[in-house]
Design a binder for this molecule. Structure first.
Ligand SMILES: [Fe+2]
Length: 319
């Protein structure tokens, strides 16, 4: 009997050791435990990142049902897609509040009058001359993580599609945590402890950012962040690079800095780390700015409205 119990313990422990071998496995295991009996279904969207949440009752989740499992899935998949009808500003705010604290966004003119934590983004090409021949020169096409020009960037973004064009306009994501894990030991040592300057407007970006008012300018002083950040919930490491904002690596020459940042930019945007989201009206994407970068396929027809509402959730200072 004692031997049987010992065998059970050894086999059981090796089972759980395997489960916890990867962080993804650990989060899936926790989700299986807390999600026992849940109604919502969570299905992966790609091998790189992302999961679709269906059969989710927003009223139920607001009462706590399924919430822990959905929050665990967010940490596991980095991005969740909720298939919903368009939400009012206050419904959107309430949904966002289940995952964190909504914060005011930098640009005042984009804030909703009634719920100022909601920003309305219109990326429509109104006229043919608005759509450049070189689509790589459109600011939205640059791979970035939201808000990195702040000392405390938003931990997550919620974006809901209100109007979408008939073609194009996908938002594309890459998993910078997987990209970090794949680095050679030599490269990990090279990045260890390195810091980078993030600017609202850096010469490295493909295009100029949105114009700011005086007060907005005063809130966007240059900041320094680690090139590799540790996730404050999962403790996993990820490359923290923003092609629209990361200006230079501290302590090395500008030539070395540009070469290193270019190398990281190419590495993190490989197809194996990538998922492209084709929007449906009402889709809400919730993504983790601590472990993903994103960009927009800006090739969509002139005159077709592309409009979203966005909420940013308060984060911690990257370390
Ligand atoms: Fe963004």
């Amino acid at each position: 009997m004692r031997i049987e119990w010992f065998k059970f313990r050894v086999i059981g422990q090796s089972f759980y050791a395997r489960k916890f071998w990867t962080l993804r496995g650990a989060h899936r295991f926790v989700r299986e435990l807390v999600g026992f009996g849940m109604k919502a279904k969570i299905q992966p969207l790609s091998s790189a990142l992302g999961a679709e949440v269906t059969d989710l009752d927003i009223c139920e989740i607001a009462r706590g049902s399924d919430l822990a499992a959905v929050q665990e899935a967010f940490l596991e998949y980095h991005l969740l897609c909720f298939r919903l009808p368009p939400l009012s500003r206050s419904q959107f705010f309430n949904l966002a509040s289940l995952f964190g604290v909504p914060q005011l966004q930098l640009i005042r003119r984009e804030r909703d009058v009634d719920v100022p934590e909601v920003a309305i983004f219109v990326s429509t090409y109104e006229n043919p001359q608005d759509k450049p021949k070189d689509l790589g020169s459109v600011r939205l096409s640059g791979w970035h993580t939201d808000d990195s020009y702040f000392q405390i960037p938003a931990k997550a973004t919620l974006l809901q599609a209100l109007d979408i064009p008939e073609s194009g306009g996908e938002t594309r994501f890459c998993n910078t945590q997987a990209a970090y894990e794949d680095l050679s030991m030599e490269m990990k040592h090279k990045l260890d402890g390195k810091q980078a300057v993030h600017k609202y407007d850096t010469k490295r970006a493909v295009a100029s950012p949105k114009k700011l008012s005086n007060i907005e300018n005063s809130e966007t002083l240059d900041v320094v962040h680690p090139l590799v950040r540790t996730h404050d919930d999962t403790h996993a490491k990820a490359i923290y690079y923003n092609s629209n904002r990361t200006d230079s690596v501290v302590g090395i020459s500008s030539e070395e800095s540009n070469a290193l940042l270019d190398q990281l930019g190419v590495h993190i945007t490989q197809n194996k780390y990538r998922y492209d989201h084709e929007w449906r009206v009402g889709d809400v994407l919730l993504w983790d700015n601590r472990s993903l970068v994103h960009s927009v396929n800006v090739d969509f027809p002139v005159g077709q409205t592309r409009r979203h509402q966005r909420i940013l959730l308060k984060g911690c200072r990257p370390v």
